[in-house]
Ligand binder design. Structure first.
Ligand code: GLN
Length: 509
């Protein structure tokens, strides 16, 4: 198991090998399937592994290549898909008992795009039920651990996708991000994740959580691989009326652009929101690196983002309470036996987990006649003010910088009894969703925390820290360009740690 094992390679490198005919798609897919068998008992990233379908698709790609045909942008690369995104013929549970046996009748637009470009869908990943959560602990169907420390959460709600990439079980994955669910788990597991601009990527075939916030986004080991996925999934879709019909650049091409001369703002509000010392230190070092790269850095203020979390936790549950009313036992998923229609609704809906029920109740309350003005309407107004703050900031700056999360990965069980402390994990990521902006999380260093071993055995664990780069609407290019430039400066150090962690994971015991 050397550093150059196929499963330890990035998508871009694997693609080069396959294109040069040095390895086949079948060999690549087999390598990742073996890796999944090896480490999955420790990680638990997948709800379903699609071994046979994956191998069949890999063989098809190999045949295409052998006959000199182009197998697509992702020809032969394994991709994992979060379990709230439809893959025709496969279960799509959204981490819920409600949909535990629901088979998707069609492909989501992003999945169809992946298939058209030769990707090999290798499995469906674990997630917080209906994407509500920040630790994947709200999944009704399985436990996912952080590959850096099995006692810790991988983040959420796309915790399975992020953990799978970090553990070397798959080079590319899709997640969804309503308030940080791509970026926060990417940060907690030391990989890269992008929430695209609202409207950039089709959500047709994504189980809706909060429709004015949801976006599908890529997770991969580095910015280059994120660009590769963005090149495939971006663009207009007439099946999603919120997707925007505008030209899509080649994201992979922006990597050759220089980040020198970009202007970056650091909102001072971001560093007061419970940011731990380790995270702050990494962030400050990241700023120095960016300055050395010729990016101008200046403190700024977005006064209204102090209210972003409160605003999010009214708007997202309000929309969820409406979206989830479709799970009544009549058309989708689980239906409980009962004598009357009302009893059937009640018994069926009792299968939502506690967090989902909490959100439905909060949301229904916020939308109810007597409280609509005081809660929902007010939150909608605050959202407008937050958008204005960003708009103003982007008159002066090209990008905004903050840590992705206030802390590194917390312990399993640490926050489950206290929803507010769980919600705090999103305090730095929700503003981008409220304003519809693209935002990237890229690894920027590590915080050392005690391993929890007893007495003399006490050693330090390295936990990854993420840097968040937010940009103007539909300007993923600048965000990715800055992220790529930054990552080049830290890649050697970050990837040495990643490889070391991955090797440890493969060892028995
Ligand atoms: N953790 C946030 C929540 O629980 C965000 C979830 C997400 O982005 N899907 O709502």
């Amino acid at each position: 198991m050397g550093d150059n094992a196929l499963w330890n390679m990035k998508a871009s490198a694997l693609l080069e090998l396959m294109t040069a005919g040095e390895v086949s798609a079948t060999e690549v897919v087999e390598a990742f399937l073996d890796r999944i068998s090896e480490v999955e008992p420790k990680v638990g990233a997948f709800l379903e592994v699609m071994r046979e379908e994956g191998l069949a698709q890999a063989r098809r790609i190999d045949k295409l290549r052998q006959s000199g045909e182009y197998p697509g942008l992702l020809g032969g690369l394994p991709v994992a898909v979060k379990d709230n995104i439809c893959v025709a013929g496969a279960r799509c549970t959204s981490g819920s008992r409600m949909l535990a046996n629901w088979i998707a009748p069609y492909d989501a637009t992003v999945v169809r795009a992946l298939k058209e470009q030769g990707a090999v869908i290798i499995g469906k990943t674990n997630m917080d039920e209906f994407a509500m959560g920040s630790s994947t602990e709200n999944s009704a169907l399985g436990l996912t651990r952080n590959p850096w420390d099995p006692r810790r959460v991988p983040g959420g709600s796309s915790g399975g996708s992020a953990a799978a990439v970090a553990a070397g079980e798959v080079p590319l994955a899709l997640g969804s991000d309503t308030g940080g669910s791509v970026r926060q788990p990417a940060a907690f597991t030391g990989v890269t994740g992008l929430k695209p601009t609202y409207g950039r990527v089709s959500r047709y075939g994504l189980v809706a959580f909060a429709s004015s916030l949801d976006q599908i986004g890529p997770i991969a080991a580095d910015v280059k691989d994120v660009c590769l996925l963005m090149d495939v999934i971006s663009g207009f879709d007439e099946r999603d009326s919120t997707s925007e019909d505008r030209p899509v650049p080649s994201y992979s091409r922006v990597l050759s652009k220089s980040a020198r001369g970009l202007k970056a703002g650091v909102p001072k509000e971001c560093l007061t929101q419970g940011v731990s010392r380790g995270v702050r230190e990494c962030f400050e070092r990241a700023l120095e690196i960016l300055e050395d790269l010729g990016i101008g850095i200046k403190e700024t203020s977005l006064p209204m983002i102090r209210y972003a979390l409160d605003c999010y936790y009214i708007i997202a549950p309000a929309e969820a309470s409406s979206n989830l009313s479709r799970f009544d036992g009549v058309r989708y998923g689980l239906r409980a036996e009962a004598k009357s229609l009302e009893e059937m609704y009640m018994r069926t809906r009792r299968n939502f987990g506690p967090e989902v029920r909490r959100r439905i109740m909060l949301g229904t309350f916020a939308l109810s006649a007597g409280y609509y003005d005081a809660y929902y309407l007010r939150a909608a107004k605050v959202r407008t003010l937050i958008r204005r703050d960003f708009k103003r900031a982007f008159e002066e700056f090209d990008i905004l910088l903050s840590p992705t999360t206030p802390t590194t990965a917390f312990l399993l069980g640490e926050r489950t009894q206290d929803p507010l402390s769980m919600y705090m994990a999103d305090v730095l990521t929700v503003p981008a969703n409220l304003a519809g902006l693209p935002a990237l999380s890229v690894p920027c260093g590590f915080e050392d925390v005690p391993s929890g071993g007893n007495g003399e055995k006490e050693t330090l664990r390295r936990l990854p820290v993420g840097l968040q780069i937010t940009g103007r609407p539909f300007d993923e290019e600048t965000v990715l360009c800055a992220g790529y430039a930054f990552y080049q400066a830290v890649a050697a150090a970050v990837e040495a740690e990643l490889t070391c962690m991955r090797k440890g994971l493969g060892q028995v015991g």
